[in-house]
Ligand binder design. Structure first.
Ligand SMILES: NC(=O)CC[C@H](N)C(=O)O
Length: 251
């Protein structure tokens, strides 16, 4: 099984390093024809407007849209989530092209700018049901988007109560709640819709491989048992601890 990682810009090396740790080959994708030789695709975080411009330059949009519509598993992380959304707000002047396919509205920089990046523990019951391990996941949000609304076929896998994010008050883009604790308002940060998975945070920057393992199980070869994925049994996982992969890990 070979997983494509869109390698125009952003954290594609980090995803390839995690796949390697799971015993799966990840290959950099920059041209439309490369999509013909991969079973699934990860669209990494980065700068979504730049990524869109580079994707246009490489004439990647028609092939990416066809890949999604063929039902191939695609996982968008952060900027990749924005790429997959049908609707996006908070874009730069002039907007940006989207692949689409994911029935949701995403706010491009919901949590604010780089200085409002943060980490938080996210309860991830559906992923834990598949992958085991601790009930929460240490999620890294970097100039992160968020999902404001979803269609009926979209399953919410993680959300954050607005009251939990102190930075929320410093970001004018976020609707002010009289008392967000009372309102119980939440914002969605991870979803699944058929062959599409999207997270507003960066699992590739942590030592916890459960999101990658969860995504790989969406790939048909895994279901047919013909994969070479390394067992990620929870006993040998180093959740949150410094890992042996090549890249710095947020603690
Ligand atoms: N870490 C990220 O991928 C940030 C994405 C950023 N919100 C953008 O649209 O460019």
């Amino acid at each position: 099984m070979v997983v494509g990682v869109l390698a125009l810009q952003g954290s594609f090396n980090e995803h390839i390093a995690v796949l390697k740790r799971l015993g799966v080959k990840g290959v950099e994708v920059r041209k439309p024809e490369q999509l013909l030789s991969v079973s699934s695709l990860i669209i990494p975080g980065g700068e979504s407007t730049t990524m869109a411009k580079l994707a246009e330059l490489h004439n990647l949009f028609p092939a990416l849209r066809e890949f999604v519509q063929m039902g191939k598993p695609v996982w968008g992380t952060c900027a990749g989530l924005i790429f997959l959304a049908n609707r996006a707000t908070g874009q730069k002047t002039g907007g940006q092209k989207l692949i689409g396919g994911l029935d949701c509205t995403v706010h491009r920089n919901f949590f604010g700018s780089q200085i409002q990046s943060f980490e938080t523990e996210l309860p991830i019951p559906q992923v834990v049901a598949e992958e085991g391990g601790p009930p929460s996941f240490r999620a890294v949000f970097i100039r992160a988007p968020a999902i404001l609304d979803v269609g009926p076929d979209v399953e919410v896998l993680a959300d954050i109560p607005l009251s939990a994010i102190e930075t929320i008050n410093s970001n004018p883009a976020i609707p002010k709640e009289e008392d967000s604790t009372e309102s119980g308002k939440k914002v969605i940060v991870a979803v699944k819709q058929g062959n599409l998975l999207a997270t507003a945070f960066h699992p590739e920057l942590t030592a916890d491989t459960r999101w990658h393992s969860y995504f790989l199980k969406m790939v048909p070869e895994i279901e047919e048992g013909t994969s070479d994925i390394v067992s990620t049994s929870t006993s040998n996982q180093s959740f949150g601890a410094r890992s042996t992969i090549d890249f710095p890990i947020y603690q």
